[in-house]
Design a binder for this molecule. Structure first.
Ligand SMILES: [Zn+2]
Length: 54
């Protein structure tokens, strides 16, 4: 089972992009915990800010 790093959608198999939010980034649910989720969210937001600034 994997979870979308953007919206949390869960799938049995990683797809090319999330069917719900179209984000491409999956992590194994078994490897995720709340602190890792928070780090990933921070990273996603930071990269969005960088793209927006450019
Ligand atoms: Zn998603």
């Amino acid at each position: 089972m994997v979870e979308c790093l953007n919206c949390g959608e869960r799938r049995q198999v990683p797809e090319h992009e999330c069917p719900r939010c179209t984000y491409v980034g999956w992590a194994s649910v078994a490897e995720l915990n709340e602190s890792l989720r928070q780090k990933l969210r921070d990273r996603v937001l930071a990269s969005r800010r960088i793209r927006a600034a450019n």
